[in-house]
Write a protein that binds this ligand. Structure first.
Ligand SMILES: Nc1ncnc2c1ncn2[C@@H]1O[C@H](COP(=O)(O)OP(=O)(O)OP(=O)(O)O)[C@@H](O)[C@H]1O
Ligand SMILES: [Mg+2]
Length: 298
């Protein structure tokens, strides 16, 4: 499925995308170039992740900025562009009384996909998201994971070049999370896949690049490895007697507490050199990067 694209071709580009809600700057001069591959969009509640996605889908109008699709500037509603987007919103209406297969036909009709194309794609998509057996059941009988997988199938209708998934694994158990993560990896060929999430592990291993969004601004971006390297020297592990834990928790930004027999092991993030504790430097993870940028007082 999908057209072949030149390696490194920029599929989607935003320049200075800005959205205000009254006094709130939900998105603040956001610029980025997206090529084929998975991009993880991380940021705390209210960072502007959903606003960015709604802007890309044209579900909301930006106040400022420009958007380019395959090098062409998109102004206003363009059918060719909108037809190239698959979107899985954070809150999606579920038609509980529909069967899975009926829901997909309904969504295909809304997207203007010809019946013959839908007839071909829907069975393929059901197979891909592993819902062939459940597809004739009403959606009210689906588990959370099944619903999310059906919503992914819906976003893939029409084989879009841009796939936007807003919190695709919210509320799922670890097994379903892995399932969805692997599914996203598989479908990323020839597409820009942008995934908004709070769950670092959802995007850590499958993303070509991770974008950290803070108060509507891009705080930093890059591969998981380069982001981890960027805070090298700021993560420490200390082993302390339990009685000393409270003081250390007050003084330092603690990413994790692991109880041991008589001691506790603390993972400490510190921008200004070694903590004043017996400790050793450790290799930062992407989760550390997240806390480094979004921890308290950040
Ligand atoms: N329709 C709206 N009216 C007013 N303010 C809004 C509206 N939608 C979003 N906002 C504000 O814009 C900011 C960004 O919100 P957005 O939903 O994009 O964040 P988010 O990163 O998706 O958060 P979450 O992780 O909770 O989904 C927030 O301050 C939010 O309150
Ligand atoms: Mg959101």
């Amino acid at each position: 499925m999908g057209e072949r694209r030149a390696m490194g071709e920029i599929i989607l580009e935003l320049r200075n995308a800005t959205k205000r809600y009254g006094d709130i700057l939900a998105l603040d001069h956001f610029s980025y170039q997206f090529e084929e591959g998975v991009y993880g969009l991380l940021g705390p509640n209210g960072a502007g992740k959903s606003t960015l996605m709604k802007g890309i889908t044209w579900n909301i109008a930006m106040d400022e900025g420009e958007l380019f699709f395959l090098g062409e500037k998109i102004q206003g509603y363009r059918k060719k562009y909108i037809g190239s987007i698959g979107y899985m919103p954070q809150q999606q209406r579920i038609y509980d009384t529909f069967t899975g297969v009926r829901f997909l036909y309904y969504m295909a009709a809304l997207k203007g996909i010809p019946k013959a194309t839908a007839n071909k794609q829907i069975p393929e998509l059901l197979q891909r998201v592993n819902l062939v057996e459940e597809s004739r059941r009403r959606m009210e009988t689906y588990s959370g994971g099944m619903k999310q997988r059906l919503l992914i199938a819906q976003a893939l209708l029409g084989d879009p070049a841009i796939l936007l998934m807003d919190e695709p694994t919210a509320g799922l158990d670890p097994k379903e999370r892995v399932h969805i993560r692997n599914l996203i990896s598989e479908i990323a060929r020839n597409k820009v896949v942008l995934i908004a999430t709070h769950v670092v592990s959802d995007v850590e291993y499958i993303s070509k690049e991770i974008l950290l969004l803070r108060k509507g601004k891009l705080a930093c971006s890059g591969s998981a490895a380069s982001l981890s390297a960027s805070i090298q020297g700021s993560v420490f592990e200390a082993r302390l007697p339990k009685e000393e834990m409270e003081r250390a928790m007050k003084e330092y930004r603690v990413a994790a507490v692991t109880p041991e027999e008589d001691n506790v092991r603390l993972r400490i993030l510190r921008k200004e050199g070694m903590p004043d504790l017996p400790c050793e430097g450790v290799h930062p993870t992407l989760e550390d990067v997240y806390l480094y940028h979004f921890g308290e007082n950040a």
